[in-house]
Design a protein around this ligand. Structure first.
Ligand SMILES: Cc1cc2nc3c(=O)[nH]c(=O)nc-3n(C[C@H](O)[C@H](O)[C@H](O)COP(=O)(O)OP(=O)(O)OC[C@H]3O[C@@H](n4cnc5c(N)ncnc54)[C@H](O)[C@@H]3O)c2cc1C
Length: 505
């Protein structure tokens, strides 16, 4: 059915049980759960099909869930005997998941939401699998080969099949197969609200405005990361200059629509997930590059700012536990940029994203030659910093990237705590980065049914929310792979509750 036909059909019969705003992972999980509970469901996607799927489509599909080892993993991923023999997947217990979440969010994460996130993670990936979503081991990004065996690290060992593209493709298929309707290029602009209950949404499609009535609306329209004005207002001065890693369509619509009818805000409104991102990347994400503008191998090297100084402990922890907060550190540096530097001891271990064509990279055979090629950087100070760093490396402790190896520096005011290697095997490689924002942490407050609550903390009848626009889970930092997991869990929760409420099931 063409887009226009879909619109006409929908307009001739505009009565749905549940309307879901957005077509990313949280939205599809909500739609599938509502449908499973007997609801007639419509999904509204603001983007055209070529750009549909939100940030979820830009991901590599890394998904964090608690598991007790192989027996649990085999309920999610098909593994051959050979794969089992060649890998050490380890375990990631609910206790470890809690520890990571609370440690990284400085114990601010909402207790009710975090309990759901951790305890429902395994059952939710299993549920996704029943809907036709496929998963695979994350060999490329989350494992290092140690003694011939893949050793997974960082609490993450599984990704969605085909990454974000594969996830959205299979979720779209699963929705359509179950009779869920999807309307693209259709933006929700207002909630239909009579001061007691939400009755649907007003939408805009190709310049035309219409009301769509529904017994429940689920907002899954992402955060406000693609809205420069809101970024600056809430995250602070300078954030209008950050590059957006993902979709250009997450401009805070869902949050704003809900706040305008009295919804309660929640969470770390001045916080966000932001990473090191190629300094010449475009203003918004580019699906042909996906997440490959990111430069996540900094734990293997050092980073210098424009003053020629290091500014973070590159080896403070596994990449999964530092990358989401280091974007802000880069934004705070002079010129909002930095260079990552590696030598040949580690270049073969750099992630695939370092080998793309659209990369800001310089190489040199000596450190003296390298520092003058680092555009925008004070070369003399840079050389001094690199030499002082080389002198401080504890070479007696063996290097092992699969564990926190404790091979650090001694005597530096700003240490590098793990994976410190001297820079002395040319050619040297340096990569220019700036801050890329992924998603915002502040959002709406939901209750234990996924319903949006008002400022009296009472559920707003007929209104639910899931995904990035739910506040309260993440503060300051974020454990990698949790965005997809939380979208799935709270999408399923909201869809299940909305479906059951409207169908009486
Ligand atoms: C480059 C990149 C890599 C990432 N990698 C990972 C990873 O590996 N693992 C992980 O867990 N997380 C990752 N994340 C984070 C993850 O993408 C998000 O946390 C998660 O996908 C959010 O899901 P969502 O459904 O809430 O939002 P989205 O997937 O962004 O979906 C929001 C949807 O709402 C639509 N929309 C917005 N406004 C309206 C409106 N008014 N009307 C109708 N539709 C509207 C958008 O078009 C979009 O379809 C990554 C993010 C990026 C950008």
């Amino acid at each position: 059915m063409g887009l226009h036909d879909a619109w006409e059909k929908m307009m001739s019969d505009p009565e749905y049980d549940v309307v879901v705003v957005g077509a990313g992972n949280a939205a599809f999980c909500a739609a599938l759960a509502a449908q499973e509970n007997g609801a007639r469901v419509l999904v509204l996607e603001r983007a055209p099909t070529e750009e549909a799927g939100g940030n979820s489509r830009y991901t590599a599909g890394a998904i964090r869930f608690a598991h007790e080892g192989l027996d649990d993993l085999k309920t999610v991923v098909d593994l051959t005997d050979e794969e089992i023999g060649n890998a050490d997947f380890g375990t990631y217990t609910t206790d470890q998941f809690y520890d990571d979440l609370f440690r990284l969010t400085q114990f601010r994460s909402d207790p009710e939401l975090s309990e759901m996130l951790v305890t429902k993670s395994l059952e939710t990936v299993q549920w996704m699998r029943t809907k036709g979503i496929k998963f695979q081991p994350s060999y490329g990004r989350q494992a290092f080969k140690v003694d011939g065996k893949f050793k997974f690290w960082g609490g993450l060992c599984v990704e969605t099949w085909g990454g974000g593209e594969g996830l959205i493709e299979l979720e779209t298929k699963a929705a359509l197969e179950r009779g869920i309707e999807i309307l693209y290029e259709t933006r929700a602009i207002l909630l239909l609200y009579d001061h007691e209950k939400v009755h649907g949404v007003t939408v805009k499609h190709k310049g035309k405005v219409r009301d769509i009535h529904a017994k429940a609306v689920i907002l899954a329209a992402g955060g406000f990361e693609s809205n420069a004005e809101m970024r600056t207002r809430y995250l602070g001065p300078g954030w209008e200059m950050a590059k957006v890693r993902g979709t250009r369509f997450n401009t805070g619509d869902g949050i704003n629509m809900a706040l305008s009818i009295g919804a309660m805000s929640h969470g770390n409104w001045s916080g966000c997930h932001a990473v090191g991102w190629d300094m010449n990347a475009p203003e918004f994400g580019d699906l042909s590059v996906g997440d490959n503008f990111q430069k996540h191998s900094y734990p293997l090297g050092v980073m210098l700012n424009a003053d020629g100084e290091r500014f973070v402990d590159e080896g403070a922890d596994f990449r999964n536990y530092t990358y989401a907060k280091y974007g802000r550190e880069i934004l705070n540096q002079p010129g909002m940029m930095a260079w990552q530097i590696f030598d040949q001891k580690v270049t073969d271990r750099l992630r695939d994203e370092y080998r793309i064509r659209r990369v800001t990279k310089v190489t040199a055979n000596t450190l003296e030659e390298l520092v003058v090629k680092l555009e925008g950087v004070d070369p003399d100070k840079a050389l001094e910093t690199l030499k002082a760093y080389n002198d401080a490396v504890d070479t007696a402790t063996p290097f092992n990237p699969a564990v926190l190896d404790g091979r650090g520096t001694t005597g530096l005011a700003l240490p590098k705590s793990n994976w410190a290697n001297t820079l002395d095997e040319p050619p040297y490689e340096a990569y220019g980065i700036t801050c890329g924002i992924t998603f915002t942490f502040g959002g709406l407050r939901i209750d234990a049914n996924g319903a949006v609550v008002d400022t009296e903390q009472m559920p707003i009848p007929g209104l639910y929310a899931a995904g990035e626009l739910v506040g309260g889970l993440f503060y300051f930092n974020y454990p990698g792979g949790t965005g997809l997991m939380s979208g799935a869990i709270f999408g399923k929760l909201a869809g299940g509750a909305a479906g059951a409420a409207v169908t009486g099931s």
